[in-house]
Design a protein around this ligand. Structure first.
Ligand SMILES: NC(=O)c1ccc[n+]([C@@H]2O[C@H](COP(=O)([O-])OP(=O)(O)OC[C@H]3O[C@@H](n4cnc5c(N)ncnc54)[C@H](OP(=O)(O)O)[C@@H]3O)[C@@H](O)[C@H]2O)c1
Length: 246
């Protein structure tokens, strides 16, 4: 589907300097969405903007840290100033730590993971909701995890706890905001070959990575959600590679 004219949509993607977020930005840009790309690394975001432009789309880099209320607020303001109200949000910024078991986790890292995965999602959702309510529509995709869908003992205590909570964000948004035309998807990918894997205690090798999903596989699912007719809610979507460790 290509978005044009009165249907013009503005998508905000966090975690867009790499991996799934970048693939989502490129896919949506190609489909005609104007895209705001956020993350902490300006150079990585500029590269995503170039990739969107090379595929014929329009994008703006909005460097920010999702742990900061002020940075999220000003990033949102800059996006709406450039491209108009945000109609779609993909919250893909995420964090994990190498020390992820009760025996070795650090409280500082635990809190950081919750701040990024859970509160970072809350912050960007809070920023876009007023505009979505007044526009009478909105699609929110929360990039959660397979670990939020089924027990994954090695995913990390903080990671699993923060990602499981995202399911509640999606359920509550659909329960409370659907009357305003807002819908939310809790997206639960299995293993994806991205930089995120470097945060594992044991980093997978090339062979293991080739058996995983690619960021484009996940972006295709996100695009399907974004392009679904406005009266359709996809509450939860689980996507995994056939040889996913279960
Ligand atoms: N790869 C997998 O196997 C897998 C599986 C299931 C779910 N996921 C989820 O998918 C999402 C995207 O991860 P990915 O696999 O695409 O890995 P990735 O390439 O490492 O992407 C993570 C992104 O999050 C951004 N980020 C981290 N902390 C941030 C902060 N404080 N503020 C703003 N942005 C921040 C990073 O950008 P900066 O460093 O520039 O800030 C990075 O672009 C994550 O939520 C992850 O939990 C991944």
């Amino acid at each position: 589907m290509t978005v044009t004219g009165q249907d013009q949509r503005t998508l905000w993607v966090t975690g867009a300097g790499s991996g799934i977020g970048r693939a989502v930005a490129v896919s949506a840009g190609r489909s005609g969405y104007r895209v705001g790309v956020s993350g902490r690394r300006p150079d990585a975001l500029d590269e995503t903007v170039s990739l969107v432009e090379q595929s014929g789309g329009r994008a703006i880099a909005l460097p920010l840290d999702v742990r900061s209320d002020d940075e999220v607020r000003s990033g949102h303001a800059r996006l709406t100033e450039a491209f108009g109200p945000v109609t779609d949000l993909v919250a893909a910024a995420g964090l994990n730590a190498k020390r992820r078991y009760w025996r070795d986790q650090s409280r500082h890292e635990f809190e950081d993971i919750v701040q990024v995965n859970l509160m970072g999602s809350v912050r960007v959702i809070d920023a876009v909701l007023p505009g979505m309510r007044s526009g009478g529509r909105g699609t929110v995709v929360i990039v959660s995890s397979y670990a939020a869908w089924t027990a994954s003992p090695h995913a990390g205590v903080a990671y699993s706890a923060s990602k499981t909570a995202l399911s509640t964000l999606a359920l509550s948004l659909n329960a409370q905001e659907s009357s305003a035309g807002i819908r939310c998807t809790h997206l639960c990918p299995g293993e994806v070959d991205t930089d995120f894997l470097s945060l594992r205690p044991e980093v997978p090798d090339g062979d293991a990575r080739r058996r995983m999903l690619s960021p484009d596989d996940v972006a295709r699912s996100v695009q399907f959600v974004l392009d679904s007719p406005a009266h359709v809610t996809i509450d939860e979507l689980v996507i995994s590679p056939v040889p996913q460790k279960r």
